[in-house]
Design a protein around this ligand. Structure first.
Ligand code: GLY
Length: 428
């Protein structure tokens, strides 16, 4: 099978790694990929090919898919999906794992997602859509603190502020309105958060294993929100029936509602959930795999990935045999650039990846990296690397992941030291 993977982050590196490990994959192409993806090869030794194609250009991606004779296109990030990359690829007759631009609006507009949830009777926080400052002020006062203020549209992980500080909540909302956007203010959901990725073929839902992400920048959930500073799976503390409940009350009703509207959802429905005192509630939907949760979920998936994604793309998930999982644990820790998330510094040299990967089970996934003209690896984004490890237990996976992190040299970088710490302790 020839696959074209669209995207450039650590999530795509994790996807590429899993696809390359699948003996059914004869060639993997990436548009544009990253230096880490560029080091991979398929099981029979064929190197991955990186293509300097703009992932946000639907026509260019579809032309590349046709040129490389792709049997399947896998779209990683949300922006190409919302831009219509999956539609363009389907338009040239190639199966694609990723929703149409209209279906991706489940992530592209928080207000649209809420409207679908309401129609499908999916439990979520009550929203207020604000188009003016006075709407915003009224909504902040109606819900009270903690304030949850979201950019309606895509904001590359910077759209959500959760704060007790009304002035900060107002300032975030005003900035979105000033930029011509729409704000969604929500009721705060208490309780631990869980990410559950559901593979969808427009009709059938196949859940993966749940993971937990750490969104705040610093230890103890302090500091600003980020795209995610680390993740782990499984969740030993989660109720045994959590996945079944989420499929029954959240994912399947949403997929059914999207099909009823004539915009079937094909790809990953990322259910961001809070396990509140009143039950499971949806915090947000995303229309793609989460980052960094994908790094730990795919590290534990034993079933070869390519056939599963192709089955989703071709509407055959109902025929799939049950997924198989490694009976172990995985932890990933994000190494972030100096200044992340406010003003990440670029251009610092990165060393120590080989040393990190000499630790048992550790693999280092590239996110914001680039190579200079001499082939030196440099930081090129906020989240630079995702250091991932497996272990028999969460404690062992965490120990190995941090042993890897400690061998990475990136001046001014920072990372959290408490990823999976509480869960590993509880599971002892
Ligand atoms: N880890 C959060 C996200 O992928 O949106």
């Amino acid at each position: 099978m020839i696959i074209l993977l669209v995207g450039t982050g650590a999530r795509e590196h994790a996807l590429a790694r899993a696809l390359c490990a699948d003996p059914a994959v004869s060639q993997l192409h990436a548009a544009p990929g990253n230096p880490g993806i560029g080091t991979l090869s398929t099981v029979d030794g064929t190197p991955v090919v990186l293509h300097g194609v703009d992932a946000l250009d639907p026509v260019a991606v579809a032309a590349l898919a046709a040129a490389v004779k792709a049997d399947l296109v896998v779209v990683g990030p949300e922006a190409p999906l919302v831009a219509g990359v999956a539609d363009a690829v389907r338009g040239v007759g190639i199966p694609v794992f990723g929703p149409s631009g209209r279906a991706a609006m489940l992530e592209g507009s928080k207000a649209f997602a809420k409207e679908v949830m309401l129609a499908a009777d999916v439990p979520t926080a009550e929203p207020r859509v604000c188009r003016t400052s006075s709407d915003l002020e009224d909504a902040l006062d109606a819900f009270g603190a903690p304030h949850v203020v979201k950019d309606d549209g895509l904001a590359a992980g910077k759209g959500v502020v959760v704060t007790d500080d009304r002035a900060a909540a107002l300032a975030h909302g005003e900035a979105i309105l000033d930029a011509g956007g729409v704000v969604v203010v929500e009721d705060f959901l208490d309780g631990p958060e869980v990410s559950l990725f559901c593979l969808c073929d427009g009709e059938t839902v196949v859940p993966l294993q749940p993971a937990q992400d750490f969104k705040r920048a610093y230890d103890g959930d302090a500091g600003p929100n980020t795209g995610g500073m680390g993740a782990y799976s499984p969740l030993p503390w989660a109720p045994a029936d959590l996945v079944d409940e989420v499929v029954r009350t959240v994912a399947q009703p949403t997929v059914d509602e999207m099909a009823r509207r004539g915009t079937p959802f094909v790809g990953v429905l990322y259910c961001g959930l809070a396990l509140t005192s009143k039950g499971v509630r949806v915090v947000e939907f995303n229309a793609r795999f989460g980052d960094p949760e994908t790094q730990v979920v795919l590290a534990r998936l034993a079933t070869p990935l390519a056939g599963v994604l192709l089955a989703a793309a071709e509407g055959r998930l109902g025929d799939l045999t049950p997924l198989e999982w490694r009976n172990d644990a995985a932890v990933t820790v994000v190494v972030a650039a100096h200044g992340y998330p406010a003003e990440p510094r670029k251009g610092d040299s990165i060393t120590g990846i080989d040393a990190a990967e000499s630790v048992d089970t550790v693999h280092v996934l590239h996110a914001g990296t680039s190579l200079d003209h001499r082939g030196t690896l440099l930081s090129n984004g906020g989240r630079v690397l995702s250091v991932t490890a497996r272990g028999a237990t969460l404690a062992e996976a965490r120990e190995r992941a941090y042993a890897g992190v400690d061998r990475i040299v990136l001046e001014g970088s920072h990372h959290r030291r408490d990823i999976a710490a509480a869960a590993a302790e509880d599971a002892r």
